[in-house]
Design a protein around this ligand. Structure first.
Ligand SMILES: [Zn+2]
Length: 213
């Protein structure tokens, strides 16, 4: 059942994740070093004579590191999922078309970022802890002002701040997108939301006057 405090989540390239309550999480740094090491080891494999013992040994090292990286990532996602569940009774995420994104402009970034795996883990975590989880429409989440709900047009990736020319609401761009996700999620479960100030939102029952997204 949808109840308790609600949190909307936006995922992106610069920030791995942003929440409607104003928290942002950067992409995992340690990966870069480990991934460089992985490429180095992979090169070493290709330099060894095929079917030789040395090649086998080098291959074992590659798969060990692969596993290590995958485990660190998984642990981090679980930790993040638990942290989000700690403070929420409802979690809303974007229903991303990951295949479409991978083919499109985001390309390889999309798979590197691991959003798909993270959403799976988050959903499992919510299920375990009795937190309501829902995917909502992902369209234009970064183009709508969460405060006045007017469409403000596309932002360049370099534009890090959402500043609404209509109502003056200003916040981090990813946080603004997460707040749009939150509003959509709450609307989907029959609530409307009133933004009080940065990160503070109260859910209200939907009325006739409620703007629809
Ligand atoms: Zn506005």
């Amino acid at each position: 059942m949808p109840r308790g405090e609600a949190v909307g989540i936006d995922v992106g390239i610069l920030n791995f994740l942003a929440t409607s309550s104003g928290k942002t999480y950067r992409n995992l740094r340690p990966f870069k070093t480990l991934q460089r090491k992985l490429r180095l080891l992979q090169k070493r494999v290709s330099r060894k004579v095929k079917k030789s013992n040395n090649r086998k040994k080098a291959q074992v090292k590659v798969s060990e590191l692969h596993e290590k990286i995958a485990n660190i990532r998984k642990d981090y996602y679980w930790k993040l999922a638990h942290e989000l569940c700690d403070s929420a009774g409802m979690v809303f995420v974007e229903n991303l078309n990951l295949q479409g994104l991978a083919r499109g402009i985001l390309g390889k970034h999309c798979w590197d970022a691991g959003w798909g795996q993270f959403f799976q883990i988050l959903e499992q975590c919510c299920l375990k802890r009795g937190v309501f989880f829902l995917k909502v429409d992902a369209r234009k989440t970064s183009q709508i002002c969460p405060n006045c709900l007017t469409e403000r047009g596309k932002k360049e990736l370099s534009e890090r701040v959402h500043s609404c020319g209509h109502c003056g609401y200003t916040t981090d761009r990813d946080v603004a997108a997460a707040q749009v996700v939150l509003i959509r999620g709450l609307a989907a479960v029959g609530h409307t939301v009133k933004m009080l100030s940065e990160g503070k939102a109260v859910a209200l029952p939907v009325t006739k006057e409620s703007p629809s997204l």
